[in-house]
Ligand binder design. Structure first.
Ligand code: CTP
Length: 233
């Protein structure tokens, strides 16, 4: 019986939006459906991987004996859940649309309207992928997403470098039927050698296959390199 390279590999995936509370009834969030992250989890599971899916609030269900779903709300919750598993995973895929800011204070009671205008002080959230990028060990792979509206490739490359990703998945908001809410997506993959591969519009499940294939190839390269280093020693 032949096993896939991803068999028994431990994979951490972040998915969906985060919610940053303003008061007990309101929050700041975004349009992420989590579909891409869940499709990735499904594809990794098919190939024998063990998946930890740290998911923001979504309307999706996935069950598998080798899947652990950790449901979270805020970026801080997501970070805390990821921290518990960072060290033990071989691959981390950051597909969540994490809110970059949160209200500086969460009101304990529902905020009542008083004036004609109202503002909320926001403070920066932790960069989950960026933190993993700082501390990842040589055997670990990290893959990020970049959803852009302009100057797409440059922004994606800057994220690849800044967050120490091994590969970045670029989505453009300018592509019809790609991104939020759709069952289809159109991606480009950019790896650290700056090679860019463009894929056509496809169902998100097919896109997940392309991404996971590319991750397997990165893993194979890493393993070959490790073997060569061992032989040299
Ligand atoms: N990301 C993360 N934690 C954050 C923000 C982003 O883990 N607080 C991850 C996302 O999951 C994605 C990548 O970083 O894989 C890029 O996310 P994006 O929101 O596009 O990038 P930002 O660094 O927030 O840059 P900007 O919003 O300025 O485009």
């Amino acid at each position: 019986m032949s096993y896939h390279l991803l068999n028994k590999k431990r994979v951490l995936i972040t998915a969906g939006p985060t919610r940053e509370s303003i008061d007990p009834v309101r929050f700041i969030s975004n349009h992420s459906s989590g579909k891409m992250g869940y499709a990735l989890a499904e594809e990794f599971l098919k190939l024998g991987a063990q998946v930890i899916l740290v998911s923001g609030p979504v309307c999706l269900k996935l069950e598998h004996p080798h899947l652990k779903i950790i449901s979270v709300e805020s970026a801080n919750d997501m970070y805390m859940a990821c921290c518990l598993h960072f060290e033990s995973v071989d691959i981390a895929v950051f597909s969540a649309a994490v809110a970059d800011y949160r209200p500086a204070r969460i009101a304990s009671q529902k905020i009542k309207k008083e004036d004609d205008s109202f503002s909320i002080d926001l403070i920066r959230n932790v960069d989950i992928a960026g933190e993993f990028g700082k501390y990842k060990s040589p055997h670990q792979l990290s893959i990020g997403f970049a959803l852009e509206t302009n100057n797409e490739v440059n922004h994606a490359i800057s994220k690849l470098k800044r967050k120490n990703f091994d590969m970045v998945v670029l989505n453009s908001m300018n592509d019809a039927r790609a991104t939020f809410g759709y069952d289809t997506n159109k991606i480009s993959l950019i790896s650290t050698d700056m090679q860019q591969r463009d894929f056509p519009l496809k169902p998100k499940k097919e896109v997940a296959k392309d991404i996971v294939n590319a991750i397997s190839a990165l893993l194979l390269n890493k393993q070959c390199l490790e073997e060569i280093i061992k032989l040299d020693e």
